[in-house]
Design a binder for this molecule. Structure first.
Ligand code: V0V
Length: 137
């Protein structure tokens, strides 16, 4: 099952500009940053609390024009792109949702932030929300 909200993902055109905005405007700070070539993103996890153990926001900037984030930005402009839940076992959670008739985007999990394993529910099967399942490393 779903354990908690892991993070909320926001599509941005420029990661450095977005980091500066969140820092200067909301006093949030970066707790993790990486490039994920497979997903075509540069991403940063930002938090309100010093150690980043509370709710986190994932800023997502495209690395390539054919990436999911680039396509989202073209269609919608910047904004909320995904809602991610922590799960204990991403395969088990994916199978349970498949059994309920939902489409998972990947047959087997892919690599997500900080060595996590991830999969996604198609937004058309989840009330218009791109739901991500995250099994932390
Ligand atoms: C598309 N749609 C969305 C959506 N993206 N609805 C809600 N939220 C979104 N983010 C709608 C779109 O408007 C269409 O609605 C419909 O879904 C199907 O669109 P499509 O043309 O078939 O599909 P695409 O090409 O827009 O792709 C959508 C999907 C794609 C979700 C399939 O974005 C994808 O593969 N996402 C998973 C990977 C991802 O998002 N990677 C970046 C984050 P109408 O017009 O038909 O009504 S990487 C990440 O999160 C990491 C590394 C991490 O967390 O660790």
């Amino acid at each position: 099952g779903l354990l908690r909200v892991d993070h909320v993902g926001i599509a941005v055109a420029d990661l450095d500009e977005a980091l500066a905005f969140y820092s200067e405007t909301f006093g949030m700070h970066c707790v993790h940053e990486e490039r994920n070539e497979e997903q075509g993103v540069r991403e940063a996890m930002i938090a309100t609390d010093p150690d980043g153990t509370g709710a986190r926001i994932q800023l997502l900037a495209p690395l390539r024009p054919d990436s999911a984030i680039a396509k989202f930005l073209d269609r919608n402009g910047p904004g909320l792109q995904q809602l991610a839940y922590t799960v204990k076992d991403v395969e088990a959670a994916s199978d349970a949702l498949r059994a309920r008739g939902l489409r998972l985007l990947y047959e087997s999990p892919r690599r997500g932030t900080a060595g996590s394993r991830i999969n996604f529910v198609h937004p058309k099967d989840a009330g218009g929300v791109l739901v991500e399942l995250v099994e932390p490393a």
